[in-house]
Design a protein. Structure first.
Length: 495
């Protein structure tokens, strides 16, 4: 939008600068707008064919207006200060060259402005340069009023060429001025008879290249060093998830994304119709599931902006979670009732419905899957198969319900959870209650606690722990009798 407005403004500016007639001005504006609309029309037709024009308007135009107004209100610094903050990206500790680009733009702009006031005319080359200045500012400020440094980097692209041109013109003018002064003092010497020789021209080019090297070498050197450091690490070619197929990543990232993709794949293959949604700000990970359908046209959750664009967003989200029980990728710190975290990375985690937890417990808590891998370059091709061999879904491998099982089990299921969330699934698979309690009491999680209990306290604890309610007198007697037959507790035997 900045770019469109400033180009139209520049065309009008040229009318006064070059004293062109109004007919030429209107023709130029109409041609530019016609070209702009013609290209835009192709995108609009494509949006119409996909029934997404309304959502495009809401998410790209209305969303931007609302977000911008919110950022202006949040900054509360006034438009001039905010413009300067967006121009210089204050607060980011990156190379100084990103601060030089807008400074050079401003120097050129005000330099030409001063010349206009003085001489009322600019040369053709200066007009072209000024047009690039307008385009550069429009590109740089397109994320006003809240730019991200990563956006500013590529938005500054027009400024890079302009910066190099500015350095060249500066050296050209400076060397010519110095040479002129030398000639005035050495008119009698033959070497200074010509205005400027090829040697002087080569001196200008060499000096310009040296200065540009000194300015850019630090940043370029850092990127080259970073590139070599990545090449030196064992890079793994990943094949899963499919959206990342063909990428070479370091060991940690390869395993991280493979593991997340494999979790999503396991669920989609074993549970018909299950979908993946996010209540976080990034919709990128939703691409890890093929043919994923979202409950809303807004795939990421941006809080109040979602509700502003789609007032029924929260209602649809809640209904979808209750009725469809999807996998959910959340930001760290978010919470949804009856959902449990099974895998976390960076600032995100994926959670599953409580009723699915036990069925897939062994896959998510597999010890080898939790450890880091020692993969050499020769093992890259075997990454897929080596991880696949570690997948152990219930029903495909006999489980051992021992103390280690419960130590891991409690990492997923809090000890204070209701019994139907952890005990009932075990009983459904015909695991004897006594076996469960024996394993429970020998787990590292409970053994230190139970070692301090007398027999009645122990029975009371188990009753409360398993059934989530205080035992009555009959319950205590019944449980004591049923556990008398050799039940071990922390090295003690109930008598």
């Amino acid at each position: 939008m900045f770019l469109f407005i400033l180009i139209v403004f520049f065309i009008i500016f040229l009318k006064f600068l070059l004293k062109n007639n109004t007919k030429f001005l209107l023709k130029s504006i109409i041609l530019f707008i016609s070209g702009f609309i013609s290209i835009g029309l192709l995108f609009i037709i494509w949006l119409l064919m996909n029934n997404s024009l309304k959502d495009w308007w809401l998410q790209n135009i209305i969303h931007s207006i609302k977000w911008n107004s919110w950022r202006v209100d949040a900054n509360d610094t006034g438009p001039i200060k905010l413009l300067l903050r967006c121009l210089f990206v204050v607060g980011y500790n990156y190379s100084f060259i990103w601060q030089l680009f807008p400074i050079v733009n401003l120097i050129i702009f005000f330099g030409y402005l001063a010349k206009l006031f003085k001489k009322r005319i600019l040369e053709k080359k200066e007009i072209i340069t000024l047009s690039i200045v307008f385009v550069s500012f429009a590109s740089w400020l397109q994320y006003y009023p809240g730019p991200g440094s990563q956006h500013s980097f590529w938005a500054a692209t027009p400024m890079i060429g302009l910066f190099i041109y500015f350095i060249w013109k500066f050296i050209d003018t400076l060397v010519s001025l110095i040479y002129k002064k030398i000639r005035e003092h050495h008119k009698d010497k033959p070497i200074f008879q010509n205005k400027e020789s090829k040697t002087i021209y080569l001196l200008k080019i060499t000096t310009t290249l040296i200065i540009l090297f000194l300015i850019f070498s630090g940043s370029i050197g850092e990127r080259i060093e970073f590139g070599f450091s990545r090449l030196e690490k064992n890079q793994i070619l990943i094949n899963s998830p499919k959206v990342l197929k063909g990428l070479q990543l370091n060991k940690d990232d390869a395993i991280k994304y493979y593991r997340l993709g494999k979790i999503i794949e396991i669920f989609t293959e074993n549970i018909k119709g299950i979908n993946l949604i996010t209540t976080g700000e990034s919709a990128l990970y939703l691409t890890f599931q093929e043919n994923n359908e979202n409950f809303s046209p807004m795939y990421s959750d941006l809080g109040f902006l979602n509700l502003f664009l789609y007032p029924n967003y929260k209602e649809k989200l809640d209904n979808y979670i209750i009725n469809k029980r999807p996998l959910i990728i959340m930001n760290r710190g978010q919470f949804i009732p009856n959902y449990y975290e099974i895998y976390s990375w960076d600032n995100y985690f994926i959670s599953i419905p409580a009723e699915m937890k036990y069925k897939y417990f062994m896959f998510f808590q597999n010890k080898n899957l939790k450890n880091s891998y020692k993969l050499s370059k020769e093992q890259e091709d075997s990454l897929d198969s080596s991880l696949l061999q570690q997948i152990a879904l219930y029903g495909k491998e006999k489980l051992s319900f021992n103390s280690l099982f419960f130590d891991n089990y409690f990492k997923l299921i809090p000890m204070s959870s209701e019994s139907d969330l952890w005990l009932n699934p075990l009983l459904e698979h015909k695991i004897p209650l006594t076996d469960i309690i024996v394993s429970l009491t020998n787990s590292k999680t409970l053994k230190p606690i139970l070692a301090t209990y007398d027999d009645e306290e122990f029975i009371r604890f188990l009753y409360l722990f398993i059934l989530n309610r205080e035992p009555d007198e009959g319950g205590l007697i019944s449980w004591t009798d049923s556990l008398k037959n050799g039940l071990k507790r922390g090295g003690k035997i109930l008598k």
